[in-house]
Design a protein around this ligand. Structure first.
Ligand SMILES: NC(=O)c1ccc[n+]([C@@H]2O[C@H](COP(=O)([O-])OP(=O)(O)OC[C@H]3O[C@@H](n4cnc5c(N)ncnc54)[C@H](O)[C@@H]3O)[C@@H](O)[C@H]2O)c1
Length: 502
């Protein structure tokens, strides 16, 4: 039966009512799952990662995908026949989907600017959520999402799937037990080829199949200004435009940022943050850095994060291709740091832990001799569905609070960059020389850029603003904090406003 069209007023009234009734016990919740006990799931956002969600869900028993939601009807039409032989409802407006009583849980794989708002709406509508990384587009809205999960008591899994791997979980516990002594630096790497997305000279028309008002959602409604051969004017390349995305630190990098903080055992934001980098070596329609070092100063040890989108040297390797971060992260022609191109190196007093791919790691002693191996696999969707059944949210591998804090680390680095200033490499070296770990990482980055013949007069490097963080309040402090604080939250478009819940 087709659903009646819902006005936003209806939706809000419904969700307020549902929200009031969301403190359901496990028993009463059990009465609202599908008649045969299946968990009824809707997948929202289907172009790339959403298809991985469908594949993961298809492997699980007791789960039925009952609905799909997408802002592009061409994508919906392609995906629909692949799900239950086409026996699945489709929606373009998530608000209509959320009003449907026959959906227990939703998974969200839309662009980043939609994540927190969709998550909050879904939680308020009484649905459990699996929400892709980064769980927010800015720091403030991520905190509101966490508050929504706390207030509603629903299940909220962050899509940082590495956290579900048995091997990595063991490696973290083993390291934190002091087997290699204290951690001295938690390093994360995203050396992943990102070529120019091209440069358009005028705004590009939106394909008729895309509801662009819904696609834009909380972001300002502006005509797209990109049109790469691979992705066209709307999909995927939004990752490299701050209006919607968070650059590679918030795309691939959020996984490894999260792993680095997980090893450190630091529950919140750092004391200080600084970014150095830029969109270097080409000028295109993107505005996020393709090369970046972000350092977060934690009491335990520094977290040093490196992004490199250019190859190891001019002309090396082949592009990684869009959307490839879900699979093997290996790319040809890229630099590596002690064998790692996309992954983590956790340096300790007595050795180091080096991750291999997403779900395995190896421990080495100080001399580089093998100590121990940790192996595992992706259990993240299974863990979500298990928790939807058990209602024991403490068993979630990707708690939304952790997803929020790690997403926020990406945002802090980007904020430092965005309020920074263009500076020649010599000035940067001189300003950071007292910070040995940063100077070392920056020195390697400078060599990498020289090997790519980057002309800083054409594409300048940005020395980010050093930021002091009030971690308890998730704000910046100090004389220069005002412009940075202004970037902790966006201006939301009417009809798509993230509510203040925290
Ligand atoms: N965990 C992982 O390993 C992993 C891997 C890849 C991508 N991701 C994440 O998945 C998300 C999606 O990435 P992608 O590469 O698939 O992007 P994409 O642009 O290729 O696909 C996004 C889809 O969402 C749809 N969409 C946009 N607004 C919508 C709305 N309001 N309602 C319903 N659908 C809407 C678009 O039409 C598009 O089909 C991103 O947040 C990304 O960070 C995670």
């Amino acid at each position: 039966m087709p659903l009646p069209h819902l006005t936003r007023r209806h939706f809000l009234r419904n969700t307020a009512l549902i929200g009031a009734a969301t403190a359901l016990s496990a028993r009463s919740w059990g009465q609202v799952v599908g008649a045969n006990g299946d968990i009824r799931v809707a997948v929202v956002g289907l172009n790339g990662r959403g298809k991985n969600h469908l594949a993961s869900l298809a492997k699980l028993s007791g789960v039925r995908v009952v609905a799909l939601c997408g802002a592009d009807t061409a994508v919906l039409a392609k995906v629909k026949p692949t799900v239950n032989g086409g026996n699945v409802k489709t929606y373009t407006d998530i608000r209509e989907l959320l009003a449907a009583p026959d959906i227990d849980a939703i998974t969200i794989a839309t662009p980043n600017h939609w994540h927190s708002l969709m998550g909050i709406w879904a939680l308020q509508a009484g649905k459990d959520i699996y929400i892709e990384k980064p769980v927010s587009h800015n720091v403030w809205e991520g905190r509101q999402l966490v508050a929504a999960a706390q207030k509603t008591g629903r299940v909220a899994q962050a899509g940082t799937q590495i956290r579900s791997g048995a091997g990595l979980r063991e490696a973290v516990a083993w390291t934190q037990a002091g087997n290699l002594g204290k951690i001295t630096a938690a390093r994360g790497f995203c050396y992943k080829r990102r070529d120019s997305i091209g440069k358009t000279s005028a705004p590009t028309p939106v394909p008729a199949t895309i509801n662009y008002d819904l696609w834009s959602g909380p972001a300002e409604l502006v005509q797209p200004h990109r049109n790469s051969k691979k992705n066209g004017p709307v999909h995927y390349d939004w990752h490299w435009i701050y209006l919607y995305g968070n650059g590679d630190v918030g795309n691939q990098g959020i996984h490894q940022m999260d792993v680095a903080r997980w090893f450190l055992g630091e529950p919140g934001l750092p004391r200080h943050t600084l970014s150095i980098g830029g969109r270097l070596g080409y000028s295109d329609d993107g505005d996020t850095p393709n090369t970046q070092v972000v350092i977060h100063d934690y009491a335990t040890a520094p977290l040093i994060f490196e992004v490199r989108g250019l190859p190891s040297k001019a002309g090396a390797g082949t592009p990684a291709g869009a959307g490839s971060e879900a699979g093997s992260a290996k790319t040809s022609g890229m630099d590596n740091y002690r064998g790692v191109d996309v992954g983590n190196v956790i340096d300790c007093e007595g050795g180091s832990i080096v991750t291999n791919g997403y779900f395995a790691a190896t421990a080495y002693d100080k001399a580089g001799k093998f100590v121990k191996e940790f192996k595992g696999g992706d259990r993240h969707m299974q863990n979500f569905i298990d928790t939807v059944r058990s209602r024991k949210t403490a068993g979630l591998y990707g708690p939304i609070e952790e997803g929020h804090v790690s997403s926020a680390l990406c945002h802090l680095g980007n904020i430092s960059h965005q309020v920074g200033h263009a500076a020649p490499p010599g000035e940067i070296s001189a300003k950071i020389k007292a910070d040995a770990p940063l100077a070392e990482a920056y020195g390697r980055m400078a060599e990498h850029l020289a090997a790519n013949h980057v002309d800083f007069a054409e594409t300048p490097m940005t020395l980010g603003l050093p930021l002091t963080v009030d971690a308890a309040h998730e704000r910046f402090t100090g004389d220069s904090a005002a412009p940075a604080n202004a970037m902790l939250k966006r201006a939301y478009r009417a009809g798509f406003i993230v509510p203040q819940l925290a």
